[in-house]
Design a protein around this ligand. Structure first.
Ligand code: S3P
Length: 429
């Protein structure tokens, strides 16, 4: 199915919102629930297709996953030993599913095949193949270390691994493998990435040793089940925050949203651009912070994002670039070559779409520079099959001079199927 959607200009965004659970946390809690001994209960589980892929794979590996009330799942774990799947494990569009499952499949006494859609089949997998092979698994991939993957599990041994590219998916995959390996596994990261893998392992009762930039786990620890309410997805919240920030009259409140400091850098950027926030009811839920955010829009200035902030903002960069024409001084993004190997080449996709709406953009191998004070015209853009590109341009469209048609807008299904209706409910015209 492919859906083209027209977004008309808006006057502002008004309202309060509670979002489905964070995608990164949902994947990790589902996988660790599968490895725990007993039944876990996960409230506010992510609604997108990516996390549904993880659940389908866990079912195929012998776990009982039940949908209770809306948004609530119970998962009966099997302990560290899963059952061999009857066929290939379908990861759909989800890099997180493939990379994190690779970590646990590497330790199983059977072989499994991990397959993905056309976009996932182009994404680099050497980053998980390399450490997991060093731990003792045998992994065959297609040319250039792309999916599909055939993983022949083994008795793993712990390794001391320095991540060559900052990637929380790879860090998590190696720690999950380390949980089932003999001896100790350590992962060092050059730049901090989201820490949900570490926090989730601790929530399920595993002991980790964390020093700055280095995490270690001893293999053979049993996991206990949890009951957890997953905070709303901050990367989805980003689209609504950026949309509201475009209009001085907006008033947006987001309840129970993830505020983990490794994920909330968008709030810092919006603050440095000029927006103001208040935060209420902040609580610590098994190490994950959650709370209410109220945004007070102000005219937006400019920003240059590079180095560690680029890593922290990796999923929010497309929407920041998409709203950059409406800022005073524009936005420059550097050190972001990873954007080229996401669900689409996000640097090329953003540049093409902005140009299609009449903006000037300078494209670099590792980022882009979008000057400010460029009113966008109406026109046609494409999601390039990428959920974050579809949502980023729906946001940019709200302040365009005329309607913007988003081709293949249904890509948003991957992380937030309810995105367009939710946006329409908040928008005033
Ligand atoms: C994720 C990590 C990031 C991010 C992705 C989710 C995670 O990917 O872009 O959307 O949940 O660990 P990388 O690990 O490839 O940087």
């Amino acid at each position: 199915m492919s859906l083209d959607l027209a977004i008309r200009p808006a006057r502002n965004l008004l309202g309060a919102l509670r979002l489905p659970g964070d995608k990164s946390i949902s994947h990790r809690y589902a996988i660790l629930s599968a490895l725990a001994e007993g039944e876990s209960r996960l409230e506010n589980f992510a609604t997108g297709a990516d996390c549904a892929s993880t659940l389908a794979c866990l079912r195929a590996l012998g776990c009982e996953v039940k949908q209770e009330a809306e948004g609530t799942l119970t998962i009966r774990g099997r302990g560290p030993q899963l059952s061999p799947p009857q066929g290939p494990l379908e990861c759909g569009n989800s890099g997180s599913t493939m990379r994190m499952l690779a970590g646990i499949l590497a330790a199983q006494p059977f072989s499994s095949d991990l397959v993905g859609d056309a976009s996932l089949s182009r994404r680099p997998m050497a980053r998980v193949i390399e450490p997991l092979t060093r731990m003792g698994a045998a992994i065959a991939a297609s040319g250039g270390a792309r999916p599909p993957l055939r993983i022949s599990g083994a008795r793993l041994r712990g390794i001391d691994y320095a991540l060559p590219v900052p990637s929380a998916q790879v860090k998590t995959a190696v720690l999950f493998a380390g949980l089932m390996a003999q001896g100790e596994t350590s992962v060092s990261e050059p730049v901090p990435t989201r820490d949900h893998g570490e926090l989730a392992l601790e929530a399920f009762g595993a002991r980790l040793t964390c020093a700055p930039g280095r995490i270690s786990i001893r293999g053979g620890q049993a996991l206990r089940p949890v009951a957890f309410r997953i905070p709303g997805d901050i990367s989805t919240a980003a689209f609504f925050l950026c949309a509201a920030a475009l209009f001085p009259e907006s008033n947006l409140v987001l309840d129970d949203v993830l505020l983990n400091p490794t994920r909330s850098a968008l709030l810092d950027v919006l603050s440095s651009l000029g927006a103001r926030f208040s935060m209420l009811n902040v609580e610590d839920r098994m190490g994950e912070l959650a709370g209410t955010i109220r945004l007070e829009p102000r005219p937006l200035g400019g920003a240059r994002i590079s180095g560690a902030p680029t890593v922290a903002l990796i999923d929010e960069l497309p929407v920041l670039a998409a709203i950059a024409p409406y800022t005073g001084q524009g936005i420059e993004i550097r050190d972001a070559a990873e954007l080229r190997v996401k669900e689409s080449d996000r640097i090329a996709a953003v540049a093409r779409n902005l140009r299609a709406l009449g903006a000037e953009v300078e494209e670099f191998t590792d980022g882009l520079r979008v000057p400010g004070r460029q009113p966008l015209k109406g026109g046609e853009v494409d999601s390039f099959g990428d959920h974050r590109i579809a949502m980023a341009f729906a946001v940019a469209a709200l302040r365009a001079q005329d309607k913007v048609v988003i081709r293949n807008a249904d890509a948003a299904q991957v992380s937030f199927p309810e995105f367009f209706e939710t946006l329409e409910q908040l928008v005033e015209r």
